[in-house]
Ligand binder design. Structure first.
Ligand code: PMV
Length: 361
């Protein structure tokens, strides 16, 4: 009969890079100029929930994002759909009496409904969670028996950073050597239990959509920034090794130092781009001051404490990601630094540094 619908729902958290991916060596295949490392958030927060369904009654592939229909005609969606479809195998749902063969999948259409529980395209890696979830849900629906790393290479075709959301915990995206991109995929460095004292606090300063998309930004950077070439060749390879070591040994001092420096270099590379990209200042003056203040306060706090307490990292949007070494530090961070968040006045801002709310007291 034409009446049946088969459905799968999946939930995928976003990830935050601590060694950043910025710059593609191949734009169509989404192959990066350097390896990157990220931490995947808890599934309860910042995540995408996607339901994929298939029915002989569907006359075309369709997708809704946060309840609004969006076009699937873009190359990125098409790549993901094509790659999963080509790996589809027989599905037999005995309860519903549905049998779908490998051949049927070529003709059947899917409907996709996806929800983000956080601002879309505001530099909070919504596409990372989105494409990872889409690829994972489709692979379950179509019974594509690929492991997470193989699926990550498919999610990469949707959005580079998406490949890292196929795993929890700490994840490395290996840039790979192959021109076709078969070895550009994600591997898990450590699972979510390995370093569970860490607390990640995200200050959403602005939920507005970012002005420069990462695709345009990366293209401009690759074409114009000499600093990027130096970063990709000389800096990141060594940093990746050190970061892997820091994660393995739960060495927060090294972890924080590497994450903060790498975030700063990523924004330096953006500034070194022609025309320059200002992700951290792409917001109101007061909010930008607040972000810059977070950096200097965390730096001062870490120095005053004698050993790093908090790491910061900023992606392609005006939001701060703060990683506290443990729960006590996270509580202090929220009470003191984010106490008057978002800052309402210049006096409010100053009170963090000088006044009675100062974190350095
Ligand atoms: O995956 P994209 O194209 O959204 O690029 C994301 C790039 C950064 O978030 C800035 C860094 C990273 O490694 O996630």
């Amino acid at each position: 009969s034409q009446k049946w619908v088969l459905m799968v729902t999946a939930q995928t958290p976003t990830n935050i890079a601590v060694i950043k991916y910025w710059g593609k060596r191949d734009e169509t295949l989404i192959l990066p100029v350097n390896d990157s490392i990220s931490v995947t958030l808890d599934p309860e927060h910042l995540c995408t929930t996607t339901t994929v369904s298939v029915s002989p009654a569907f006359d075309q592939d369709r997708m809704w994002l946060n309840g609004k229909e969006i076009s699937l005609s873009g190359g990125r969606f098409q790549s993901c759909l094509r790659e999963i479809r080509s790996r589809a195998t027989d599905v037999h749902d005995k309860e519903k009496g549905i049998k779908i063969t490998k051949k049927d999948w070529e003709k059947l259409n899917v409907h996709i409904a996806s929800y983000n529980n956080f601002p879309t395209a505001a530099g909070l890696a919504s596409s990372a969670a989105g494409f990872a979830c889409l690829v994972f849900a489709l692979s379950k629906l179509m019974n594509a028996n690929e492991d997470h790393s193989q699926l990550s290479a498919i999610a990469r075709r949707g959005s580079g950073s998406a490949c890292r959301s196929l795993y929890g915990g700490f994840v490395k995206w290996i840039m790979g050597k192959d021109e076709k991109g078969t070895d550009s995929l994600a591997v898990q460095l450590a699972d979510e239990k390995h370093w569970d004292e860490l607390v990640i606090v995200i200050a959403v300063v602005s939920s507005q959509q970012k002005e420069t998309s990462s695709t345009t930004g990366m293209r401009d950077t690759v074409e114009t920034s000499l600093l990027l070439q130096h970063r990709a060749k000389e800096v990141v390879p060594k940093r990746i090794l050190k970061m892997e070591e820091a994660i393995k040994n739960r060495d927060f001092a090294s972890f924080a130092q590497l994450a903060c420096t790498d975030s700063n270099q990523f924004h330096a590379v953006c500034l070194d781009t022609c025309p320059p990209i200002f992700y951290m200042n792409d917001t109101s003056h007061r909010q930008a001051s607040f972000l810059n203040l977070i950096i200097s306060l965390v730096e001062k706090w870490n120095r005053a404490a004698g050993t790093p307490q908090v790491a910061y990292t900023f992606d392609a949007g005006p939001n701060a990601v703060l990683i506290a070494r443990n729960r006590e530090t996270a509580a202090l961070l929220v009470q003191k630094l984010l106490f008057c968040f978002p800052p309402k006045s210049d006096a409010d801002l100053n009170s963090f540094v000088l006044g009675d709310k100062s974190i350095l007291k």
